[in-house]
Design a protein around this ligand. Structure first.
Ligand code: FEO
Length: 178
């Protein structure tokens, strides 16, 4: 059985993963309307991954005898200033998620809940990969600056990356492949 503090903290994380999914879904939809099909495919996939992160937490909480709560969510932004701004927001959002995962790990240690601590290690590794990938994308975009032609090729690269992640490679494949 989960301690109240742990189940509350896990439910807070469920909400954060759900809102991450909505946030990336809004970015994907915006990119699609801008004709940026590769970027949007990547972001749609990223939104699905966040939903999976949420689902994994809900199931874990329920298995441990507590209740995973499906949260109400605020509407995410509708439009975005630029592709660079989108990925800068992805990166800062992932940094925030990592901070929250670390706090959650800390709560488990304080509550001596080593099972949940063990379960959360998957999220700790996932955050390292997600942050690294977002940072790499932001760095590429910084190199491009305002070059519109560059964005066209960047979009094609993102299409390839989306296909790779959809095939199950994920950030792992990205790390090994480049
Ligand atoms: Fe599930 Fe990208 O945090």
């Amino acid at each position: 059985m989960l301690a109240k503090k742990v189940s509350e903290a896990l439910n807070k994380q469920i909400e954060l993963e759900a809102s991450s999914s909505q946030f990336y879904l809004a970015m994907a939809s915006w990119a699609e309307t801008e004709g940026l099909n590769g970027i949007s495919a990547f972001l749609y996939h990223h939104a699905d991954e966040e939903r999976m992160h949420m689902l994994k937490l809900i199931k874990f909480v329920n298995e441990r005898g507590a209740h995973g709560i499906v949260p109400a969510l605020k509407q995410p932004p509708v439009t975005f200033k630029s592709v660079k701004s989108v990925f800068e927001q992805v990166l800062s959002h992932e940094v925030k998620v990592s901070d929250e995962i670390n706090k959650l790990v800390d709560t488990c240690l304080k509550e001596k809940d080593y099972t949940t601590h063990n379960f959360l290690q998957w999220y700790v590794s996932e955050q390292i990969e997600e942050e690294a990938l977002a940072r790499k994308i932001v760095d590429k975009l910084k190199l491009l600056g305002d070059d519109k032609g560059g964005i066209y090729f960047f979009d094609r690269d993102m299409e390839a990356l989306a296909a790779q992640t959809a095939a199950g490679g994920g950030a792992e494949a990205d790390k090994g492949g480049k």
